[in-house]
Design a protein around this ligand. Structure first.
Ligand code: RB5
Length: 152
């Protein structure tokens, strides 16, 4: 499985830790940066990682910033992406089991590295349950087809 990892400067430290962990586990990693702690803009990295998942260059994506919030919002603007901000293992499990999340977002200033690694492992090792959840995921993806403007 190919996993794209990306972060801004706030998430760089955790991205490096997650990357080493996933390589040790045998995953193929595409690291699109950032590559140091110099200030960059998280939307640039969230967008690029999400586009790689949406176009099947990568199977899944992990995006990291200080809180995980900004890069998660950015990734979710790309059609085809379901990026879940996860702060614990239960959220990671449900992100796969119920939401079929093809990306997760993590906050380096929120999580310790041990918890972050556990979150990643639970997300990757949990299967989507399908069934009634498939119908709900389909409804999420239907939203992308609208222009979301209410004309009254
Ligand atoms: C950068 O300082 C910070 O705003 C960013 O990493 C992230 O937390 C945004 O949501």
């Amino acid at each position: 499985m190919k996993i794209v990892v990306a972060s801004d400067h706030g998430g760089y430290e955790l991205k490096e830790i997650i990357k080493v962990h996933l390589i040790e586990k045998g995953y193929s990693i595409i690291d699109i940066g950032t590559n140091n702690e110099s200030s960059v803009d998280y939307p640039d990295f969230g967008k690029k990682a999400a586009e790689m998942v949406a176009s099947n260059v990568a199977d899944k994506g992990i995006v990291i910033c200080g809180t995980g919030i900004g890069i998660c919002i950015s990734a979710n603007k790309v059609i085809g992406v379901r990026c879940a901000l996860c702060t614990n293992e239960y959220m990671a499990k449900m992100a796969s089991a119920h939401n079929d999340a093809n990306m997760i977002a993590l906050g380096n200033r929120v999580l310790g590295s041990g918890l972050a690694i556990d979150i990643v492992d639970v997300w990757l090792n949990t299967e989507f349950e399908g069934g009634r959840h498939q119908n709900r995921v389909n409804k999420i993806m239907e939203i992308e087809k609208n222009n979301n403007i209410i004309r009254g």
